[in-house]
Design a protein around this ligand. Structure first.
Ligand code: NAD
Length: 338
């Protein structure tokens, strides 16, 4: 049984902890937090050992009446692998905490690529992380694009990808973010940083990206054009993508016209927090003109990286024979693709 510690129990961390808990080969060694807010009380309610990560140790938690099991260093000691889900830029300041204890660590997409040996996506480059000491699970957008490009590259070859990313303004709990009434080119520079980030997973890929921000907290939407090296039919592309467990081709008959109904669908289906772990590709948007493929996909920013973190834990700890085996085990335990 792998003991997995989670440092940072916010949007991503609490989901990773719950995903670790349902794996047959993993257990939660503990979760660490800096502030004694509502998520700290949820951690305790869920039965996780809570460790204090701030400079003031466990004092703020005790003042708030919350019991802790020690400080973050204790949690790292008790962990075979740590998943760092602290805010972007904070993870790199924790690197020595893990290295000093010889504990393999997984960072998130908010860190720069050089925080870890490998930028990781389970479908695209699982093997590069096997036995590494550190990996960075790429951002929600890069994860969504990597899952799509891997099968396209393998089956048809990619000459060039062009993607416009229409990004949610913030997560539901991020009350300070926006815009609340505008449509922004963001970043206004072209290409946006997303293309270079995809290249940390696919170094040889030709890709240009443009970013926008809009007033929604639901999901990102990608408008994708990929010039392929061969000429499949749209039906063949649909069959290829539909066979991938982390790609959901939204059938026209479901009447899902946007992220709002996608989230409603997963809430109705009883998914935890209404999470959408899969890329959601509108099946009827899959169009091929010559060698040009076009489609729309929606990406749930709070959820798609969660199964990837579980696979990264297995890769670093060398506990599974292959990417396929880890992906299948993760998906079965969480209900991804079901
Ligand atoms: P968040 O702000 O929701 O959660 C961060 C948590 O870390 C909070 O519980 C906070 O109390 C805690 N924390 C802050 N400083 C800490 C410290 N020094 N030590 C321990 N804990 C500390 O952030 P998030 O949205 O979960 O993002 C975490 C990482 O995941 C970032 O790198 C982000 O870029 C990446 N990511 C976020 C999203 C998203 O849409 N939210 C998607 C993909 C990747």
């Amino acid at each position: 049984m792998l003991h997995v510690g989670i440092n940072g129990f916010g949007t991503i961390g609490k989901r990773v902890a719950d995903a670790v808990r349902v794996q047959p080969d993993m257990t939660v060694a503990g979760v660490a937090k800096r502030s004694p807010n509502f998520e700290a009380t949820i951690a305790v309610d869920r039965g996780y050992d809570l460790f204090a990560a701030g400079q003031d140790g466990d004092e703020p938690f005790h003042a708030a009446g919350i019991t802790t099991a020690g400080t973050v260093g204790d949690m790292v000691e008790a962990s075979d692998v740590v998943v760092d889900t602290t805010p972007g830029g904070v993870g790199e300041t924790n690197a020595d905490l893990y290295a000093d204890r010889d504990t393999p660590a997984i960072f998130q997409g908010g860190e720069s690529a050089d925080v870890a040996e490998v930028s990781f996506n389970a479908r695209a480059n699982y093997d590069t992380a096997v036995g590494a000491d550190t990996a960075r699970v790429v951002s929600c957008n890069t994860t969504g694009l990597s899952r799509l490009f891997a099968p396209l590259q393998e089956s048809y070859g990619i000459e060039k990808a062009r993607v416009t990313l229409v990004r949610r303004g913030g997560d539901p709990g991020q009350t300070g973010r926006g815009p609340i009434n505008d449509t922004l080119p963001d970043p206004v520079e072209i290409p946006s940083h997303h293309g270079p980030d995809v290249k940390t997973v696919f170094p040889d890929l030709a890709i240009d990206t443009m970013g926008m921000k809009v007033p929604t907290t639901q999901m990102h939407t990608h408008s994708v054009n990929v010039t392929l090296e061969s000429e499949p039919t749209a039906a063949e592309v649909r069959d290829l993508l539909g066979a991938e467990s982390r790609l959901f081709l939204i059938p026209e008959t479901l009447g899902i016209d946007g992220a709002g109904k996608l989230k409603e669908y997963t809430r109705d289906a009883g998914r935890p927090r209404g999470d959408v772990w899969e890329n959601c590709i509108w099946a009827e948007s899959v169009t091929v003109e010559g060698r040009d493929l076009y489609l729309f996909q929606a990406i749930h920013q709070e959820a798609d990286v969660v199964p990837e973190n579980i696979d990264a834990v297995r890769a670093l700890s060398e506990r599974t024979a292959s990417a396929e085996q880890s992906i299948q085990r993760t998906d079965e335990a969480m209900g991804v693709g079901q």
